[in-house]
Design a protein around this ligand. Structure first.
Ligand code: OSB
Ligand code: MG
Length: 371
């Protein structure tokens, strides 16, 4: 049966992060993004969220390219083609190269609508079996090591299952060693967001002394060859983030032994269907995966939680509770973490209601498309 999409709405939102977030690229304080809404003929609404940032530092997409691609290409494709199942969306979008975050924002709303029409939680629609998920926390670069230790201490107290420390050259070994010394029992990993090259191989190898769970994306954002050379001489497992855009990339990275772990971000790989394919392939090949984050608001966060219900998400992800990011989130109830765990909601679709007042308050522009 076709999913009768009658209308699509794009809302551009602007929200302020509670705490500035600093990576090897710079600091973010505000977040602009789209909430996508698809409506069927009986009043069901599905919601998606675009995760590109305002400037293209993480990947090539931006809020504005998401808008351009959704409006000029993806919405027309949805108008011209029937969707029977959310997995069809990937095929329908295949004439458009990349722009995965734009595709994912549309596809995610259709997955939510599909699950709501069937009256099942999104997690169940995806094949997830877990009732709760373990979560970690990603901590940005701090002004001083003392600031970092205080921040880590606060989150360890709250029960997060692992801490991820953002690193860059000259904010790496000493910083991580200080964290390991102060919190010897806490699983610690590092994320470089592509801040190193193979010329830094000695500094990177030295990190092996620290017994990190993994190091995420040390080398170039578009590389899988140099990562393979690095993994061959490092004991610490490498986890790829930026380099993986598809199941094809995943197959190549595993074949080349460029990593031993994969961070799956729904937006980066073009949607939940592709994320699930990557998950299934990794399960078949014994590669653990975890769900990365893009400082999402409630809708994107709910999608991450549903995806993480799949079995091969064996390692804690970056999806913390709403209050770690926002004074007020756009869903109700907000996502909460207890003892480092999030309970998967059992209501249909994403499983959280949209807080219409908050949604309207943060909306700066909206546009409706009749199908
Ligand atoms: O590399 O995983 C990353 C945030 C923005 C862009 C890239 C990354 C991150 C994070 C934080 O690490 C994830 C989150 O808490 O949502
Ligand atoms: Mg990362």
């Amino acid at each position: 049966m076709t999913i009768p999409i009658e209308q699509i709405k794009l809302r551009r939102l602007k929200m302020q992060l509670k705490h500035p977030f600093t990576t090897s690229f710079g600091t973010m304080q505000n977040k602009e993004f789209f909430i996508t809404e698809v409506l069927d003929n009986t009043g069901n609404q599905g919601f998606g969220e675009s995760v590109a940032f305002s400037s293209p530092w993480y990947n090539e997409e931006t809020v504005q390219t998401n808008y351009h691609v959704m409006k000029e290409f993806l919405i027309p494709l949805l108008r011209e083609n029937d969707i029977h199942h959310p997995d069809d969306v990937l095929d329908v979008f295949s004439p458009i190269r990349r722009n995965n975050m734009a595709k994912s924002a549309m596809e995610g709303a259709i997955w939510d609508l599909y699950a709501k029409r069937r009256k099942v939680p999104l997690a169940e629609a995806l094949g997830g079996k877990k009732e709760e998920i373990d979560v970690g926390i990603s901590i940005g670069i701090q002004p001083t090591i003392d600031d970092l230790l205080n921040t880590v201490g606060k989150y360890v107290q709250e029960g997060f299952k692992r801490v991820k420390i953002k690193i860059k050259p000259n904010w790496d070994y000493d910083v991580l060693a200080a964290v390991k010394k102060e919190f010897p029992d806490v699983p610690v990993m590092a994320d470089a967001n592509s801040a190193y090259t193979l010329e830094d191989i000695n500094q990177l190898q030295r990190l092996d002394e620290l017994g990190l769970m993994m190091i995420e994306q040390p080398l170039a954002h578009d590389d899988i060859v140099d990562h393979s050379k690095l993994q061959a001489v490092m004991q610490t497992p490498i986890c790829l983030d930026e380099s993986i855009h598809s199941l094809e990339d995943t197959k190549k990275a595993i074949q080349l032994e460029s990593c031993r772990i994969i961070n799956i971000k729904i937006g980066r790989v073009g949607g939940l269907s592709e994320a699930k394919r990557i998950h299934d392939y990794c399960r078949a090949h014994g590669i653990p995966v975890w769900c990365g984050g893009m400082l999402e608001a409630g809708v994107g966060r709910a999608h991450n939680i549903a995806l993480t219900s799949l079995s091969q998400f064996a390692l804690p992800g970056d999806t913390a509770g709403s209050s770690r990011y926002w004074k007020k989130d756009i869903i109700t109830p907000e996502v909460t973490v207890e003892n480092g765990r999030i309970t998967i909601p059992n209501k249909p679709g994403i499983g959280y209601e949209i807080d219409k007042d908050a949604l309207n308050r943060f909306t700066v522009e909206e546009e409706t498309f009749k199908m």
